[in-house]
Design a protein around this ligand. Structure first.
Ligand code: GLA
Length: 421
């Protein structure tokens, strides 16, 4: 029988050592098989993020206090589980290229901070950018994706928001599919379950390409704490709540368990009136949006806490079917939204965008509500109990018209409970 000679034992037709080839092949195979982490974000992620309220002004003391407040206020028990650092936690890379935190602001290091957060039954998130620098001018991950993912996994990170600044201009701009796929593969190779939040502002319509890459994708530019404004910053704008809501049209077919449209982190608690805060929260729930709190939870007004922890509205957002709601009827300044829920239930929201109070008698029997995407429609031949989600009270049944009064810039939201369950 022909046996391999010494030379053939040590090398093969690729002319490399067997062990080394094995490692390389393993890497190639694992990258070729890379997929986004399965089983995460089966319902829209809920948590807190530092950016909307604190911007770059963050440090480890704030994050520890926030972790404690999320527990003490009951926000954790209401479902808010991720505590996410946004931009500006970064220092420099070390001599081996590993990213380090800003040593003045995070002297105990990120691992210790993640441990503190985990000990309180929460998960820990971090932020980076697909370009050379973040939007705040800190080191980005371009060219360091696998090393950064490894570092995050070592620290115990559970969520990565990945931004799109400094990715080049015009023809020289980085390809977003390549950029986000590279980081997805890096996270996959690092092996830790990390929710991957794509923050590319909707520019290249990530809903058309990111289902297998990220768990959520921003659909718009940045949100800001006003009802219906556009604030220009030269070549980009930030948008009020109603503007962002309008930009969600046409996107519902792309959302579902594990892959969500992200109309940006909430400004609940940062808006002027209780009504505006209520309307923002309820509409994000109708959209099956990630519920990421963007206010200071260490000093939360009880009314805002009540909004954020409303169990019925949180349950609508987290409905396991994950079917995004839609506008059933739109008039000037007044909209009626519906959303199909598990077990044949429906959510109905009456949104008053204007400055005058609005009264409506909503006669279910006369309404033809149909979800064109899934073919679902409520059968008003059967009776549904109508629950007012702000008060938790029964508001009659669908056999009678519902009398609804909605204050200026406010919402009324109801759950229709199928009695045949
Ligand atoms: C971009 C993002 C924001 C925030 C900032 C941080 O503008 O869209 O959500 O992360 O960067 O610099």
């Amino acid at each position: 029988m022909k046996t391999m000679g010494d030379h053939q034992l040590k090398t093969n037709r690729f002319n490399c050592l067997p062990e080394f080839c094995g490692v390389v092949l393993l890497c190639i195979v694992s990258i070729a098989n890379a997929q986004k982490m399965p089983g995460l974000a089966e319902t829209p992620p809920m948590g807190w993020n530092s950016w909307n309220h604190f911007g770059c002004n963050i440090d480890e003391e704030l994050i520890r206090q926030t972790a404690d407040a999320i527990v003490a206020t009951g926000l954790r028990d209401a479902g808010y589980e991720y505590l996410n650092l946004d931009d500006c936690w970064h220092g420099d890379r070390d001599e081996d290229g590993f990213i380090q935190p800003d040593a003045d602001r995070f002297p105990s290091g990120i691992k210790a901070l993640a441990d503190y957060v985990h000990e309180r039954g929460l998960k820990f998130g971090i932020y980076s950018d697909a370009g050379r620098t973040t939007c705040g001018g800190r080191p980005g991950s371009q060219g360091y994706e696998f090393q950064d993912a490894l570092q995050y996994a070592r620290w115990g990170v559970d969520y990565l928001k990945y931004d799109w600044c400094a990715t080049g201009e015009g023809a020289a701009q980085r390809n977003p599919i390549e950029a986000y796929t590279t980081m997805r593969d890096a996270l996959s190779a690092a092996g830790r379950p990390i929710v991957f939040s794509i923050c590319e502002w909707g520019d290249s319509e990530p809903w058309t390409w990111a289902t297998d890459i990220g768990h959520l994708w921003r659909t718009t530019g940045d949100i800001i704490n006003c009802w219906d404004c556009e604030i220009g910053h030269g070549n980009w704008s930030s948008w009020g709540i109603m503007r962002i809501l309008d930009m969600q049209d046409g996107l519902r077919q792309f959302a579902g368990p594990g892959h969500w449209n992200d109309p940006d982190m909430m400004e609940v608690g940062n808006l002027e009136s209780p009504g505006e805060n209520r309307a923002h929260f309820a509409m994000w729930a109708m959209l099956a949006a990630p519920l990421i709190i963007g206010t200071d939870v260490r000093d939360l007004n009880p009314e805002i806490l009540e909004i954020l922890t409303n169990p019925g509205i949180v349950a609508i957002d987290q409905d396991p079917l994950g079917i995004q709601g839609f506008a059933h009827r739109r008039e000037r300044d007044f909209e009626i939204w519906v959303r199909p829920l598990e077990d044949g239930d429906w959510a109905v929201a009456f949104l008053n965008r204007g400055d005058e109070s609005r009264r409506e008698s909503f006669d279910f029997a006369g309404e033809h509500i149909e979800d064109a995407l899934t073919g679902r429609r409520p059968d008003f031949g059967n009776e549904y109990q109508v629950i007012d989600l702000w008060t938790g009270d029964e508001a009659g049944s669908t056999r009678q018209p519902l009398a609804v009064t909605v204050g200026p810039r406010d919402v009324r939201i109801y759950q229709l409970e199928a009695s045949s369950k």
